[in-house]
Design a protein around this ligand. Structure first.
Ligand code: F6P
Length: 323
């Protein structure tokens, strides 16, 4: 009987449980033994894994987070750590490993695939949607809707007090989440790590809006700079009333949306089908509404492009004056 393993690594994302469910149900349907490795790569280092049967994933499709837990594992980036992971992987699941996680997880999965013959399949899951090769990652749609729900509420109080709000969203190095939720929430300004900006110019834009709008929202990715410093500059150099609201970790939780559950279910099913077909070292992708695969090292070798036009469109639709 074939033995495979599934694990969730890196930052968690809503929909990871739906993906685990799809992998477990598909593996059991194939008559294979499926092990869930706990806490990402730590589970391989410490041999912390459980045999998963269909009943173990009942009722998880609607739950945020991951029943397997996930921990950041710096040890996986060391020679010794990787050797321990590979050694235990070959013992636990010689017939396949399915890794559910973000871009760092895909790179680690690639490193594992280079060090042993165990076939590896990656399932992209991250609220950042920053993984090259796939149009969308599991969790992204849920996170932007969570952020949108919050920003719409902030807009109410901003309008009542005629204030500017800087809403900081997640995205340590990429601005996909900020751009999508900025456009959807009608933000007047969107700040992302990919595009340099000057505080003087932000103030000038705010002042050009101010007399015509009773509230202004700046959506700022956490990696785009300091929301507090920008707020203090605006307050010290104008009569504008500014407040900062950091959405933080609510963007990582919650019941996964239809999109996130859909991606998770298709990716989980297809990952097992790829292993059954003798395929290996690939990442599941969703491209123009179709399932595709790329080599597992594709995200490590390519940088997903941010469509800057979306930011321009958002500013025009928010009523920015032609310059
Ligand atoms: O990668 C997803 C993400 O949520 C980023 O947007 C965020 O900056 C980071 O993880 C936070 O990492 P941690 O959960 O380790 O604090």
């Amino acid at each position: 009987m074939k033995k495979i393993a599934v694990t969730t690594t890196g930052g968690d994302a809503p929909g990871m449980n739906a993906a685990i469910r799809a992998v477990v149900r598909s593996a059991n349907f194939a008559g294979w033994k499926i092990f869930g490795v706990k806490r990402g790569w730590w589970g391989f280092i410490e041999n912390d894994f459980i045999h998963l049967r269909n009943g173990d994933v009942s009722g998880v499709i609607a739950r945020g987070g991951t029943i397997l837990k996930t921990h950041r594992c710096p040890l996986s980036r060391t020679k010794e750590g990787m050797a321990a992971i590979v050694r235990n992987l070959k013992k636990i699941a010689p017939d396949g490993l399915i890794v559910i996680g973000g871009d760092g997880s895909m790179s680690a999965a690639y490193e594992v695939s280079k060090r042993c013959a165990v076939p590896v399949i990656g399932i992209p899951a991250s609220i950042d949607n920053d993984i090259a090769g796939t149009d969308e990652t599991i969790g992204f749609d849920t996170a932007i809707n969570t952020a949108l729900y919050a920003i719409d509420k902030i807009r109410d109080t901003a309008t009542s007090h005629e204030r500017v709000f800087i809403v900081e969203v997640m995205g340590r190095s990429r601005g996909f989440l900020a751009t999508s939720v900025g456009l959807a929430s009608g933000a007047e300004i969107i700040l992302v790590p990919e595009i340099k900006w000057r505080k003087e110019r932000i103030l000038k834009t705010l002042l050009s809006f101010e007399r015509r709008k009773s509230s202004l929202i700046i959506v700022m990715a956490e990696g785009a700079g300091s929301s507090e410093e920008l707020a203090s500059y605006i307050s010290s150099n104008s009569k504008i009333h500014v407040r900062v609201s950091k959405l933080g970790y609510i963007q990582r939780g919650g019941s996964p949306s239809v999109d996130s559950r859909f991606l998770a279910s298709i990716f989980g099913y297809e990952a097992v089908r790829l292993l059954k077909g003798g395929r290996k070292n690939l990442m599941c992708c969703w491209v123009r509404d179709r399932f595709k695969t790329v080599p597992i090292d594709y995200p490590a070798k390519h940088r997903k492009k941010l469509d800057r036009k979306l930011i321009l469109i958002s500013e025009v639709l928010a009523g920015k004056k032609y310059e």
